[in-house]
Design a protein around this ligand. Sequence first.
Ligand code: HAM
Length: 420
Amino acid sequence: MPYQAPRGTHDILPSEIYRWQAAEQAFLRLVTQYGYREIRTPIFEDTELFVRTSGDTSEVVTKQMYSFKDKGDRDLTLKPEGTAPVMRAYLEHRLAGDGQPVRLCYVATPVFRYERPQKGRYRQHHQLGCELIGVASPEADAEIIEIAVRTYQALGIGSLQVKLNSIGRAATREAYREALLAHAQPVLKDMDPEDRARAERNPLRMLDSKDPVMIEALQKAPKVLDYLEPESKSTFDSLCSILAEAEIPFVISPEIVRGLDYYTDTVFEVHSTALGAQTALCGGGRYDGLLKALGGPPTPSVGFGMGLERALLVQESQGALPTEPQVAAFLIAADEAGRARLRSLAAELRTTGLAATYDMDGRSLKAQIKLADRIGAQYAVILGETEIAEQTATVKELLSGNQTVIPQSQLAQYLAKEDS
Ligand code: HAM
């Protein structure tokens, strides 16, 4: 094969696209019920947008960005996450102009990260996400978590775990960093200097570590929840009560600190056993300082992003596939007289919203029926000599082989009824 899709990227083929479309539509239907409106931002942005918000010690910025200079010498980066672009657009277009809150969502936005590809981890993936801008109340955090959970339910995915934590504000994190560094000293002194320097610059990253030695060493580490200031603590407690009241199961998980720097207070992830303990299906939280970092007014905001590929993997592993839409009618003509009628009949069926197609290569009757089967049509609609003379059609249901003769004038009605 001379050319292949770049490593870590995938073509989404016609045989699988219906699952993407079904998931995207289910998500959009759901979030519309909560008042979210879709926004689409460019595929690349100024590099600085991500450095400022995700943080210059985050893995995403230090190792994973697809950055390049364009012919005008601008520093640009393919979107490595969805939140900063949405907030940039929110500021640029003064979306708060009509008042807050502003509820925005994105549907299958492409996201690029230079990661080692493996199952569920790609260099281009796609996210469904929601950002609720302008509400400080924990009711907003609860709404975001509820939508994430309900999205998976809408996709037929069960057995999920919502992992919840709070990482507090600047003062909490300062004190906690010190405590964590002190606790990790015995491991840090044996680490290679580069990893050690990275851990010292941002000790919270150690909690994200996949290194078994580090995981073991941090088992008895101090918990960030014990360092929360009173306001953060009370927000977290209220959030837990609201979620319990809404019967959304969650576990408090001190190891969830998230890999991007913009979070404050609430952070959460949704996990599935189908993808392994380390791999999140969805991640999100509150980011009250992000807009200010972009030069806007301080604006409390909360949101999530979920990997669509990962959701579809779990959906498949749980056997919750949606049904693939079929071409309703494959029209078949026995001779030239039939062909002219076949074209006009296909046009009539399409005006009623039905899908109809036919052979254009002069195949034999038998070969046309074979083709109808191959494209997965529901019905073969046969126009033979008798049918043309009597203005009828023989309708053969391909799965059962049952066939019946219908007046052409009633064909659309018949197929639509059988289809529903
Ligand atoms: P994130 O946790 O970096 O958060 O990514 C969100 C989700 O995207 C992950 O839980 C995962 O399902 C999926 N994902 C991430 N990287 C990959 C990859 N390489 N391959 C496949 N799927 C992947 C964010 O991006 C934040 N912007 C979420 C957010 C929105 N926070 C607030 N609002």
